[in-house]
Write a protein that binds this ligand. Structure first.
Ligand SMILES: [Zn+2]
Length: 128
């Protein structure tokens, strides 16, 4: 479970948990939203069908809403007593700053729904 969570947070291939899913860093805007055709380590094909990663928008929406609610609850727990406008600004600023990472995370999660983990692929990619 810990390995799976770490591989998701590090934006790794869902099959081998070693290769990079994205072409570049999420905050490198030259490669924004670009996904590798296949895993550089285990060679699994990421784009199962044309426009496969459009579905990650649903995951991205869920992550954005979840983060917004979490931020609101966090400010309540910290006793900041922000008014509605301050909460709105806090949530919007956080979403804008974290948008590239949330977008990349949603692609990893979306791919993980369809590409199962393979312990053999992880072992084989270690030896390369
Ligand atoms: Zn892989």
């Amino acid at each position: 479970m810990k390995g799976k969570l770490l591989s998701i947070l590090r934006l790794k291939c869902p099959r081998c948990r070693k290769g990079k899913l994205l072409v570049g860093h999420p905050y490198n805007l030259n490669y924004f939203n670009k996904v590798n055709e296949s895993c550089p380590r285990c060679k699994v094909h990421f784009k199962i069908e044309p426009s496969f990663f459009y579905g990650s928008m649903y995951v991205s929406y869920g992550l954005g809403v979840g983060m917004s609610v979490a931020l609101y609850v966090l400010q309540l727990l910290l006793g900041l007593n922000l008014n509605m406008i301050q909460n709105f600004i806090l949530i919007c600023a956080s979403l804008i700053i974290l948008m590239p990472y949330i977008n990349a995370l949603s692609k990893v999660l979306w791919a993980g729904f369809f590409i199962p983990y393979d312990a053999e692929a992880e072992k084989n990619s270690n030896s390369k």
